[in-house]
Design a binder for this molecule. Structure first.
Ligand SMILES: Nc1ncnc2c1ncn2[C@@H]1O[C@H](COP(=O)(O)OP(=O)(O)OP(=O)(O)O)[C@@H](O)[C@H]1O
Length: 277
């Protein structure tokens, strides 16, 4: 039998089928969030498949972090239902700042909350992110990029089924950022978790995500599948076309008025979050 050739789209689907899928499914129905008079998120319906990599983009203040906080269970929705197929312990979140404990060594930061028997696992994860030799260091002895690798290790040591990433690479220089993107992509491919990444960087969204969501005026204004083979070639025409399309759509949206308030929320339903085992 001759060799089989796949178009980039088909190739991407074949690779997805080969991946270990260990991720949690996420379902949102009519999810909204109101702060005082301001209705930040309105009636969001969303189905995220196990193992999917979703990027969320949108103008500053559109509600990206709010949505992630609801998914992490750090905040409660004001309306609607949010369901994550797994337990609360299956969900981990990573922020722009590493939030390491300065008085604990690297290894102790990574194994925080773990029984001593799991220290070996912490060492394995540190080795995987390339920092095995820094386990006895204090966080202050590390660079920003290294600290984010530690934060990533601290999330991964728990083998999450849903990893939430809130602009985790926002403070890094361009080169470190690309290296970290590659690391996150390969860890996601190896471990099969569902990933939801909030980012201001449309190129980062296209480089990493199966699907890019644009939040605008509190709702999902664009839900776009990225059908490009991995690893993605940033200089390719297909890549640039996706990037241009998303960027153009973001720029079409009117800037968010800081004073904009709205809408009567008194009729909204009861907030609900549940984890199905
Ligand atoms: N705890 C809070 N109390 C009151 N208002 C809040 C709170 N958290 C967020 N908001 C408001 O909700 C809106 C959305 O904020 P959010 O942080 O989700 O935006 P974002 O899209 O992540 O912005 P950025 O890209 O700038 O980080 C903003 O108007 C913000 O002021």
């Amino acid at each position: 039998m001759g060799a089989m050739y796949f178009s980039p789209e088909e190739n991407s689907e074949v690779r997805a089928a080969e991946r270990v899928i260990n991720g949690a499914a996420v379902t949102l129905r009519g999810v909204g969030k109101t702060f005082g008079e301001r209705r930040v998120l309105k009636g969001i319906d969303l189905d995220i498949r196990p193992g999917e990599f979703v990027a969320i983009v949108g103008r500053s203040g559109c509600g990206k972090s709010t949505l992630l906080r609801l998914l992490a269970g750090l905040d409660a929705a004001s309306e609607g239902a949010l369901k994550i197929d797994g337990s609360a312990d299956d969900v981990r979140i990573m922020f722009q700042d590493a939030r390491l404990l300065p008085w604990k060594r690297v290894i102790d930061n990574v194994s925080l909350g773990l029984a001593p028997a799991f220290r070996r696992r912490a060492r394995e994860v540190l080795a995987r992110v390339g920092l095995a030799d820094r386990e006895r260091d204090w966080p202050a002895q590390l660079s920003g990029g290294q600290r984010q690798r530690i934060a990533l290790s601290r999330a991964l040591v728990h083998s999450p089924r849903l990893l939430l990433l809130d602009e985790p690479l926002g403070a890094l220089d361009a080169l470190t950022r690309i290296e970290m993107q590659q690391l996150i992509e390969s860890l996601w491919q190896e471990q099969g978790f569902t990933a939801i990444l909030v980012t201001h960087d449309v190129q980062e969204a296209v480089a990493l995500a199966d699907r890019v969501l644009l939040i605008e005026d509190g709702a999902v204004a664009l839900d776009l599948d990225i059908r490009l083979a991995r690893p993605r070639e940033r200089a390719s025409t297909g890549f640039s076309a996706y990037e241009a399309r998303i960027l153009q759509r973001v720029l079409e949206a009117p800037p968010i008025e800081p004073s904009a308030t709205s809408h009567d929320v008194r009729t909204s339903g009861i907030a609900h979050i549940s984890f199905a085992i």
